[in-house]
Design a protein around this ligand. Structure first.
Ligand code: URA
Length: 440
């Protein structure tokens, strides 16, 4: 078999066989084909799209490219995945809250890093001193999964093909393709032994899917492919134009996650955590309805069991016990890296908040160091924005509606203008829209 012929076949719109897809994935991981050839193959798959059979074949090949976690067959193994958004910290409170609400679940969450405008759960967690996304080897993951029941890690050993292909997609402009997104997400879930999955499918200007119609086409294909591979999945379409919660930036989002784990904080974040958790509890037949599941999640957030589970999870993932304790029960901000400079941004006029441009805010944060422009770049965990308004709020002229945390000695004032432009005000009353759009 020859990679040049395989690329040519796909360029000619021929359906690739499982053998051809396996060959491509194996050569990608073994390093026996060129980076150019990986890029060319991705572009051929992107431009000509993948058939359902190709999506299935490629997903299985990618899942088989590394180790596979296999928990006890009697256990219910669940997870949630998001297609990525600004201020999306949902996984951080959700994993411990779900585990605390239902002790016999296993939640082996594989998360990613931020690239471009989307933030990454692992980058957020790594702002906690001592937390490392890759500190557990395969045996430790199995043992923590079987005994403690949850973790959030990077995916180095599981579906290594995805790690390589995702990076290549990012720099070849081949990210936003339904087939490639499905192979990427489901291969990781298969490798982690997931049986039940909720996909938080972001829809809106700050996401891959700009319309509900596009999202529905993707969601239906996702559910079918997952089912054929033995994963029961549900797709929640959720709104993504303005940031989730009130904070954007790694340390700041940990602060907000801890608040959420204490039953406090913004309602959009709570809605997402409670709804996704509620669906997972209902899908796994642990409760009779999503509503009952939501109530169980609310209880674990309000009674402290979710927070305690989070603390224990950090300790299992090598965070020092005293730091985990201070973070959860003491002075949270004192444990986390905080910026040297804080600038208040005031509203230029009075009015109702009509829109908040999440991408613009994320791009300012990224340029000030909160995100990467190249894969191996270090990030500054302290950089971020605190938003004091949500869509529909009324703000008076000269009142502070945003605070920027940064570490620049000489801050370019353009960043402040961009932040100010990210909030659109109107004289008309604005009714905030529900963050949950629908379920597939
Ligand atoms: N999330 C993933 O894990 N992969 C994609 O391709 C897109 C979002």
């Amino acid at each position: 078999m020859n990679i040049i012929t395989i690329i040519k076949n796909k360029c000619k719109k021929q359906e690739l066989t499982n053998d051809e897809l396996n060959f491509f994935v194996k050569c990608t991981v073994d390093g026996c084909i060129d980076q150019y050839q990986i890029g060319a193959m991705l572009m051929a798959l992107y431009l000509n799209n993948m058939t359902n059979a190709e999506v299935l074949g490629m997903t299985v090949a990618m899942a088989n490219s590394g180790k596979m976690l296999q928990f006890r067959s009697s256990d219910t193994v669940v997870d949630k995945h998001s297609t990525g958004g600004v201020g999306d910290k949902v996984s951080i409170p959700l994993v411990p809250a779900l585990k605390a609400a239902q002790e016999d679940l296993i939640i082996p969450m594989i998360s990613g890093r931020g690239l471009g405008f989307t933030g990454g759960t692992l980058d957020k967690l790594e702002s906690i001193p001592g937390f490392s996304a890759n500190c557990l080897d395969y045996e430790q993951l199995l043992s923590i999964g079987n005994s403690f029941g949850c973790f959030i890690i990077g995916s180095s050993d599981l579906s290594p093909a995805d790690s390589i292909l995702y990076k290549a997609r990012d720099v070849t402009s081949t990210i936003d393709n339904n087939g490639l997104i499905i192979t990427s997400i489901i291969s990781k879930k298969l490798a982690a032994g997931i049986k039940y999955l909720v996909l938080d499918l972001k829809v809106g200007s700050a996401s891959f899917f700009h319309s509900i119609e596009e999202a529905k086409v993707f969601g239906k294909q996702f559910v079918i492919v997952a089912k054929l591979l033995g994963i029961e999945s549900r797709v929640l379409m959720t709104r993504m134009s303005s940031p989730i919660g009130n904070y954007v930036g790694n340390s700041l989002e940990i602060l907000e996650s801890i608040n959420c784990l204490k039953g406090k904080g913004p309602s959009d974040l709570h809605t997402l955590v409670e709804t996704i958790g509620g669906h997972l509890l209902e899908m796994t037949h642990k409760v009779k309805s999503v509503k009952e599941g939501r109530n169980r999640i609310v209880k674990s957030l309000n009674d402290g069991t979710a927070l305690e589970k989070f603390k224990q999870m950090l300790i299992k993932q090598k965070v020092d016990e005293n730091i985990a304790d201070e973070l959860c029960y003491g002075n949270t901000a004192a444990v986390l890296p905080m910026a040297k400079y804080v600038i208040e941004i005031k509203s230029p006029t009075s009015g109702y908040v009509k829109s908040i441009n999440g991408i613009m805010i994320a791009e300012v944060c990224q340029k000030l160091g909160a995100g990467r422009q190249f894969f191996h770049q270090d990030i500054d965990p302290a950089v971020g924005v605190h938003l004091f308004v949500k869509i529909g709020d009324y703000i008076k002229r000269d009142n502070v509606y945003m605070v920027l945390y940064h570490n620049e000695i000489d801050l370019n004032k353009l960043f402040l203008t961009l932040l100010q432009n990210s909030i659109e005000l109107t004289n008309e009353i604005v009714k905030p829209e529900n963050i949950i759009i629908g379920v597939i």
